[in-house]
Write a protein that binds this ligand. Structure first.
Ligand code: SF4
Ligand code: SF4
Length: 202
């Protein structure tokens, strides 16, 4: 249920509209088995399996779930990896970090509300993958996208000129974690955000 509410918030990414679905032409999104099941219950199965998890390959140069109007046809079922783009959760030496794809034309227009939702949803999502299976996926992803430049979210937040932005991220994040009955500290004890990011958000 929480995820459904989060997903609705994240779908209000109005900054995506002028882009023409750039990110749906690159990479290969990673899905958990339960995320894939939601999709294939209502749509054709375009997934391939990697170590028990699933990716959507793009052999034609674009995602098979993209329609001719450059709209995602699985909007209501799409998984976290697609939902929180251009933020991308990953492991760094066993810790959770989020990175921003700087090739997204709207990377500097993401809102603090979006960042807070993406941190919670993305960090909880990546913890469901083992470090090994995620690393294997990431190696393949880099081969597909050798030129893609990612900036760590901690560096992004440090460089945001408007300090109110970071304060709002922190407040929204604390609200979300509190409404799940946790403190930021106890949440992070399970998630293990990379130290730099955890410090910035505490
Ligand atoms: S996340 Fe960025 S690259 Fe992807 S559709 Fe939105 S604006 Fe375009
Ligand atoms: S599933 Fe949808 S959002 Fe994700 S890459 Fe495909 S078309 Fe884009």
């Amino acid at each position: 249920m929480t995820e459904k509410i989060e997903n609705k918030e994240l779908r209000m990414k109005h900054y995506c509209e002028p882009c023409g679905a750039k990110c749906c032409y690159t990479g290969s999104p990673l899905y958990l088995p339960e995320e894939r099941e939601l999709v294939v219950a209502q749509h054709p199965d375009h997934f391939i399996e990697i170590r028990g998890n699933f990716v959507i390959p793009k052999p034609q140069g674009f995602c098979p779930y993209l329609n001719g109007d450059k709209l995602c046809t699985i909007q209501d079922q799409k998984g976290v990896d697609c939902l929180i783009y251009p933020l991308d959760p990953m492991y760094k030496r066993g810790f959770v970090e989020l990175v921003i794809d700087m090739s997204c034309p709207a990377y500097d227009r993401i809102t603090p509300e979006f960042v807070a939702s993406a941190i919670v949803l993305g960090a909880e999502w990546i913890k469901k993958f083992s470090v090994e299976s995620f690393d294997e996926y990431w190696d393949q992803f880099k081969r597909f996208n050798p030129d893609q430049f990612h900036l760590c979210l901690s560096d992004y937040l440090k460089n945001v000129r408007n300090k109110k932005f970071l304060r709002t991220v922190k407040r929204k994040l604390a609200d979300k974690i509190r409404s799940a009955g946790k403190t930021l500290h106890s949440w992070n004890d399970n998630i293990l955000l990379k130290e730099e990011l955890a410090d910035l958000l505490s």
